[in-house]
Write a protein of this length. Structure first.
Length: 506
């Protein structure tokens, strides 16, 4: 029974011909459809789904289209097109027949369009296009109202150009100091004849502006909610919008110049001109360590570093600095400058000797001339590297030694010793001598006999011993010492009688 009823309901559709049928008009406010692909009407509920069908528009439309689900959608924003009635023909294709429906879409704005015009104005700009134009000419009589399509146009000539809504200033200019918070630092006002409402920071502003500024929408007072930083941004530009009594927006600008204060300490940049300077650590600009060979600083006025001062607060400090060594000790260094107000030279003022001092810690203070004055503190550690500039030194210049005659061969006579003030390999010392009676261990300096001494043959003798260093590079240095040997007599000879009857002994 239900199937019979369904068949009876859809039978008129199946058996219909190509005669034109009509749907009720579809009334649309264009403001409700500002974009493309928005659904205007769904025709699915008009036809029973028992039988399959297709929906087609007989003619292509620039503004509307049907999708596969029989929904009518927008191709473009309806606010852009002329507000008139648009007629479409809809084909519903069933398996056995096709029905054509006429659809009228009425574009009609709910509210009227209001325009303020001046006495000599002859054209107005519309928010939509008709016949590819958005301007219309108004008559000299200036009718108060008329229609363009379905749009109601109202003209208001109570304002002229002299009393159009505007701000008291355009732009406003103001200076604010950095690092401070300001409440109600500026009130934005309109001219006395203008009744403006709803002040706001315009959306065209940089998003960063909203992080720093707020605007009271009713009073027009600007507030700074986050302190400004001159070193980050020096000038801000705010766009302020208000609405007149007809809700027409007008604008002004607020230009804010940030006043610099001395809140950044000065900074030093280091440059080491000598290629022989080894930079051990420069990852921390406030603590730098270098090394230099003592042979490169063996006279005064050797430039160790060029120092360049800078300051982010340069606009108020006029780029003038003072750099000095902070030490209670007298150091063999001197600061020269500033040259061109910002360049300094650190140099030696006497010879540096590693054997006297192998490290120097220089504390530097850099001060600007701002108010208040700010300073930064630096440490420079200078390591003096060894050169082979010291000869070995014997612990005695002359060694005196006694040895009894008839000694055993290889008897230790003496051990000599020499020091070298250089370090590491440069201080390594060996020994040598040239005497046929003796031999020396070149490592220990122990001197031993090669023969047995006979007092009756030799009572004393001297010889030189040499100490030699072995530098990593450079010239080898030598020093000699004198060894004086006395032979001690022993009773090792039998008495003899000579011709004069005298007895001789040892």
């Amino acid at each position: 029974m239900i199937n019979i009823l369904i068949f009876l309901l859809i039978l008129p559709l199946i058996s219909s011909n190509h005669h034109l049928h009509s749907f009720p008009s579809i009334l649309i406010d264009p403001n409700d459809y500002p974009n493309s692909d928005l659904i205007l009407y769904n025709f699915q509920h008009k036809f029973h789904p028992t039988y399959s069908y297709r929906c087609l528009l007989q003619t292509e439309s620039k503004y509307f289209y049907l999708d596969s689900s029989c929904q009518l959608l927008t191709r473009i924003s309806l606010k852009e097109i002329c507000p008139i009635n648009y007629t479409l023909k809809l084909e519903i294709v069933f398996p056995q027949n096709t029905t054509i429906y006429e659809i009228i879409i009425e574009l009609k704005y709910k509210n009227s369009f209001k325009f303020n015009i001046t006495n000599d104005q002859t054209m107005i700009n519309l928010p939509f296009y008709c016949n590819n134009k958005n301007q219309i000419k108004i008559s000299l009589k200036k009718e108060k109202e008329f229609f363009i399509g379905n749009a109601h146009i109202l003209l208001n000539d109570q304002y002229d150009e002299k009393i159009l809504c505007q701000f008291e200033k355009n732009p406003y200019r103001i200076k604010l100091k950095e690092n401070e918070i300001y409440e109600n630092f500026l009130q934005i006002k309109t001219i006395s004849s203008c009744l403006a409402t709803n002040y706001l920071l315009a959306s065209s502003n940089s998003k960063r502006n909203f992080d720093y500024f707020t605007l009271n929408s009713s009073t027009g007072y600007l507030n700074l909610i986050r302190s400004l930083d001159y070193e980050l941004i020096t000038t801000w530009k705010l766009v302020i919008q208000a609405l007149d009594k007809l809700h027409i927006p007008f604008y002004t600008y607020v230009i804010i110049e940030v006043e610099d204060i001395n809140d950044c300490p000065p900074i030093l940049s280091w440059n080491f001109p000598l290629q022989t300077i080894e930079i051990i650590n420069d990852t921390d600009l406030f603590n730098i360590e270098i090394a230099i060979e003592e042979s490169k600083v063996e006279h005064n006025n050797v430039i160790i570093a060029n120092l360049i001062a800078s300051d982010l607060d340069a606009s108020i400090n006029q780029v003038k600095f003072e750099l000095k060594i902070n030490s209670s000790n007298i150091l063999p260094f001197e600061i020269y400058g500033p040259f061109a107000d910002s360049t300094f030279v650190l140099s030696t003022n006497q010879k540096l000797d590693r054997e006297y001092q192998d490290k120097y810690l220089i504390n530097l203070i850099l001060t600007d001339n701002g108010q208040p004055q700010l300073s930064s503190y630096y440490k420079l550690l200078i390591n003096i590297l060894d050169n082979n500039d010291n000869s070995p030194i014997f612990d005695r210049s002359i060694y005196y030694v006694d040895i009894q005659e008839n000694n055993l061969i290889n008897t230790t006579l003496i051990q000599v010793h020499a020091n070298d003030l250089d370090e590491n390999q440069n201080s390594y010392v060996t020994y040598e001598l040239n005497n046929k009676f003796l031999s020396i261990d070149n490592q220990t300096g122990i001197i031993k006999t090669n023969i047995q001494f006979d007092y009756e043959q030799i009572q004393n003798f001297t010889f030189n011993v040499t100490a030699i260093d072995h530098p990593i590079k450079g010239k080898q240095l030598k020093t000699t010492a004198l060894v004086s040997v006395r032979i001690i007599d022993q009773n090792d000879n039998i008495p003899k009688v000579n011709k004069s009857n005298r007895v001789t002994t040892d």
